[in-house]
Design a binder for this molecule. Structure first.
Ligand code: PMT
Length: 317
């Protein structure tokens, strides 16, 4: 377990103290507790619970936000990983950016409502033949996962919402200990405008170029590991566009934040391969190119689940 310096702890506290409070805090806590309770008392024993984060956080530039800075992430990785975790028997808390890819929707067209349905007459709506299998599978799989209590979806938009929700989830999962996992695939802002120094109204565009000073968002991995959920299995991600520095950066993150593994990926090749960097060495995980339907997450989640099983066994000895 890592320990954090007083300085980092102060930066983290001041980030949360100055954040606008979550509007639906109570509702989220209730949902989380019910979900954890349900999955801790299943017939056949407790289920493992993973929090998958997905999509990019936004940084508002105005309190009544018109403009914002965004972090790139389509949400594909998080959504596909969620499906694989459910298949592997996990219950998943899917913390995702509103409007990004959702689990079980991979085979739907990008603009599903416009392309999937047709009106044979004014009173009826039906799924277009070419999409009927994809829609049927998406609806059935998603409904089954929710009905079995294996999928809880919680949306965020801003960095403020994301980090407050991550803290709520981590605190709620603390009791689950080694059977819980964090799989942090979201692209999280590194810079932000502190709420108190942010202008309330839309920034005027008539007064020339805009100067904004962005503060650094404290890295939350350290406090997640040391205080929020120290016994949870923790996987973080490292995204780079320059493959030459990717593994070095991932290795540094592994050592600095004492996570159990870092999934290193390069922007252009992220759908073909990733490297799982951990203290037991680096493993390249690829999509099975002989199977057109194969995705890198099939093999990645298999490896992560194996590592998690070993971690649980070792925690009990
Ligand atoms: O969504 P897709 O289009 O499918 O793409 C997937 C992906 C490329 C977004 C994903 O695989 C990925 O790499 N996600 C992490 C990208 C990222 O933000 O990396 P980073 O180097 O900025 O952050 C590294 C880690 O630190 C992350 O696990 C993040 O959760 C954590 N972090 C970041 C900022 C911060 N203030 N606190 C943090 O704890």
């Amino acid at each position: 377990m890592s320990s954090i310096s007083g300085l980092v702890e102060d930066e983290i506290s001041s980030f949360f103290e100055s954040s606008p409070p979550l509007k639906n805090n109570e509702e989220i806590v209730v949902k989380l507790n019910q979900f954890i309770e349900l999955n801790s008392s299943c017939e056949g024993g407790k289920r493992r619970i993973v929090c998958v984060t997905s999509g990019g956080t936004t940084v508002p530039l105005e309190q009544r936000c018109v403009r914002y800075i965004d972090n790139f992430s389509s949400g594909n990785r998080g959504a596909a990983s969620t499906e694989n975790f459910v298949k592997a028997g996990y219950a998943v808390i899917f913390l995702y950016r509103r409007g990004t890819c959702q689990p079980y929707c991979r085979y739907l067209p990008d603009d599903p409502f416009l392309e999937c349905f047709e009106f044979p007459d004014a009173k009826n709506i039906q799924v277009h033949g070419s999409h009927s299998e994809a829609v049927k599978m998406a609806v059935m799989d998603q409904q089954a996962a929710v009905a079995e209590g294996r999928l809880l979806k919680l949306p965020f938009s801003t960095i403020y919402e994301y980090l407050q929700m991550l803290r709520l989830i981590a605190t709620a999962l603390k009791e689950v200990g080694p059977c819980s996992m964090f799989y942090l695939a979201a692209a999280v802002s590194d810079f932000y405008v502190p709420w108190k120094s942010m202008t309330e109204h839309k920034i005027e565009s008539g007064s020339g170029p805009l100067d904004i000073r962005l503060a650094q968002v404290p890295k939350m991995l350290s406090i997640l590991r040391s205080n929020w959920a120290p016994k949870a299995f923790c996987i973080s991600f490292k995204l780079e566009t320059d493959s030459k520095i990717l593994i070095e950066k991932a290795t540094k993150a592994l050592q600095k934040y004492k996570v159990h593994a870092v999934v290193a990926n390069e922007l252009l090749t992220r759908k073909e391969e990733v490297v799982v960097v951990s203290s037991s060495g680096n493993v390249v995980v690829r999509r099975d190119s002989n199977k057109p339907e194969s995705i890198v997450e099939d093999n990645l989640i298999r490896l992560i689940v194996d590592r998690h099983s070993t971690y649980i066994k070792e925690s009990h000895t």
